[in-house]
Design a protein around this ligand. Sequence first.
Ligand SMILES: [Zn+2]
Length: 109
Amino acid sequence: MAKNRICLTCGSEYQYCPNCSGAKDIPAWKTEFDEESCKDIFNVISGYNMNIIPAKDVVAVLKKYNITDTSKYKKSIRTKLNEAIETVEATKSEEKTDNKPKFEKKSYK
Ligand SMILES: [Zn+2]
């Protein structure tokens, strides 16, 4: 019997059927998430919330799945994703200001 489930990360409804044929091939995370990216994002955000995973690791998961739009995720997840992205962006621009411009060679004619 197919069950309608709701993904913990993005809130999408999906079909989950533990007793259907081929169910043994269904990964365990399918009980809570519709897609593997949702599982990974949920895990990384949980760690980020507990300060055991740095913001750059959160961004790395987004990059892994080529996710540029966080609007499909639930508000609690989205807020943290955006926070992590901003943190990484801020770090990047700090690094840029540390790099002093290289001395340009003067050309004589
Ligand atoms: Zn999902």
